[in-house]
Design a protein around this ligand. Structure first.
Ligand SMILES: Nc1nc2c(ncn2[C@@H]2O[C@H](COP(=O)(O)OP(=O)(O)OP(=O)(O)O)[C@@H](O)[C@H]2O)c(=O)[nH]1
Length: 547
């Protein structure tokens, strides 16, 4: 009850990420989505702000969560500076936390059973929902010559959010204030080139898809005619198929889904990728519009833009679906992979000495490995524990059947192997000769797991950070070296020029001396022909001039 109350107080957590090239309209989209001026435009920081939205309350203002740049300044904060123009801007990831009250329009959740549904209350017949919404935005993607830096930074950020949940899940004592910051949906903004996907788009979407539901979005849809847009959409979907980009697809299961859902998903699948048109301008009715020399277009008009439909998908029809896919599919996959990689790495390293270290109570990588080996794990899935449960227990087939759809024989087999694996490890732990008192060894081993996994994750994170720092350091050292080399070259050039000038000057003065002496020598007989009176007059004039 206490937890449900807390959940309600905090609201349903939901996180959306906007990824795409600079200038593809992410800021304008965010402002239209929330119907307020949530972000200023990068090059128009001083532009007048849009009106506030009474339903949206900013809880935490925009913060830089992560960045990687060669000039040491997050691209989000860097003003245009011509002297630094040659530096690659890298990438910046920011997050803005807000609370959205959906008021009289309760979120239609497709999933009937949801732990988050506690956030919906009946308030005098009116249902109110509170969404703890995080809007994550990337800056600088596509502005670099080499965008690998950006890909790595963005995926590392997403991975870190998964790691935090994994670390928290394996703890015996949970942090009641823990915030789940996993990104549920990433909107990838494709520039309106009309030429299908670029290599960068394919690569970025593929990487994002490992951690979140990716929806490709065609930005600035007003750049196309109706036919051009239809063609471009088809091109993009063809490319997605051809390059196997695992974006979110509105698939239907005729046996499971009701008619309404099937029709809805089919219509949405036909519409994909959504093409949006956005604007910061409003008309006298408060609607967002784009003004053209030939007229005005409402951005919510379905005949020109999929913005309204996309809003409904994000905050309505597929809201719970995105959260469920993130938790049950993407995160579960990641968890199994991560835990098995931790065990593999350690088993290889520890080898035969693992047995000696099993008795140690101190949390360490070896403890974790020994626990794995005690259970003689074959499948990495055997480690899967029921999510969000304080005391892990052996799941019986009934529990598993409740959590998964095991209609397909492959899934049934998989769940069977998970169950057997779990039972095996628990039995091994129970029957272990080291068990002095019944019950206690399980606890200590579970504690070992719970303490070791966060430790391993933290350890890996530190190593990754260290690597990143070393890379940055090496990069700046290389740049410094290059600048020193350039400066030395310039100094040498200047010295050479100076020497040349001096030489020239010296040659010039020698030549003039020579010419002067020769001219003096030539002039001497002439002078000697001067009359005595004239020279006297000259001398007299000089003397009078001085006086
Ligand atoms: N024609 C047209 N222009 C748009 C649309 N949406 C945004 N723009 C314009 O495109 C420009 C860039 O939009 P932003 O929203 O700042 O783009 P961004 O992706 O946030 O850019 P960064 O902040 O640099 O990452 C602005 O001048 C917008 O007015 C659209 O749907 N159609």
């Amino acid at each position: 009850m206490y937890r449900r109350k807390k959940d309600h107080k905090r609201g349903i957590t939901y996180s959306l990420m906007l990824v795409g090239d600079s200038g593809t309209g992410k800021t304008t989209f965010a402002n239209n989505l929330l119907e307020m001026g949530i972000f200023p435009h990068q090059y128009e920081i001083d532009a007048p702000k849009l009106a506030e939205n009474s339903r949206v309350k900013v809880v935490k203002p925009t913060m830089v969560l992560s960045y990687n740049s060669k000039n040491g300044i997050p691209s989000h904060m860097a003003q245009f500076d011509a002297s630094r123009e040659h530096f690659e801007p890298g990438v910046t990831i920011t997050s803005t936390s807000m609370e959205i009250s959906t008021g009289q329009e309760p979120l239609p959740s497709r999933s009937s059973v949801s732990s988050d549904s506690s956030s919906t209350t009946q308030n005098g017949g009116i249902s109110t929902d509170k969404i703890a919404f995080s809007l994550v935005k990337t800056y600088g993607l596509g502005e670099n010559i080499d965008n690998t830096l950006c890909f790595n930074e963005i995926t590392a950020f997403l991975e870190q959010q998964f790691d935090q949940v994994l670390g928290e899940e394996t703890r015996i004592k949970r942090n009641p204030r823990f915030e789940d910051t996993r990104v549920h949906v990433a909107l990838y903004f494709i520039p309106p080139t009309g030429h299908g996907l670029r290599e960068m788009d394919v690569e970025m979407m593929k990487r994002l898809s490992r951690y979140t539901n990716v929806l490709p979005i065609i930005s600035r849809a007003d750049s196309f005619t109706k036919e051009e847009l239809a063609k471009y959409k088809k091109q993009i979907m063809d490319d997605i198929e051809r390059f196997n980009v695992p974006v979110y697809k509105f698939e239907v299961d005729p046996e499971e889904d009701d008619m309404e859902t099937v029709e809805e998903n089919q219509a949405l699948a036909m519409l994909q990728p959504f093409a949006v048109m956005c604007s910061d301008e409003r008309n006298e009715n408060g609607q967002f519009v784009r003004h053209y020399p030939w007229g005005e277009v409402k951005v919510d008009d379905d005949s020109f833009s999929d913005l309204r439909i996309l809003k409904n998908v994000l905050f309505g029809s597929h809201f719970q679906e995105f959260k469920d896919t993130t938790q049950n599919f993407l995160y579960e996959n990641y968890r199994a992979e991560k835990l098995s990689s931790v065990s593999d790495w350690d088993v290889d390293k520890v080898g035969d000495t693992a047995a000696d270290k099993r008795n140690s109570a101190a949390p360490s990588l070896s403890n974790f490995a020994s626990l794995i080996t005690t259970g003689q794990f074959k499948s990495s899935n055997s480690l899967a524990m029921p999510p969000r449960s304080d005391t892990p227990t052996t799941p019986n087939s009934k529990d598993i059947n409740q959590g998964f759809d095991i209609e397909s024989p492959a899934l049934r087999q998989e769940s069977q192997s998970i169950r057997l694996g779990n039972e095996e490890i628990i039995n091994n732990i129970k029957n272990s000769p080291r068990s002095s008192a019944p019950g206690s060894p399980d606890k200590s081993k579970l504690r070992n797991i719970s303490e070791t996994v966060p430790y391993v994750l933290k350890h890996e994170r530190i190593i990754a950070k260290q690597q990143k720092l070393e890379e940055l350091e090496a990069q700046s050292a290389r740049e410094l070296q290059k600048r020193i080399h350039d400066l030395e070259k310039r100094a040498a050039d200047l010295k050479l020029r100076e020497r040349l000038l001096r030489q020239q000057h010296l040659n010039g003065s020698n030549a003039s001396m020579r010419s002067r002496s020769s001219s003096i020598a030539q002039a001497a007989p002439v002078q000697s022909t001067l009359k005595k009176e004239e020279s006297v007059t000259d001398l007299a004039s000089i003397v009078s001039g001085r006086a």
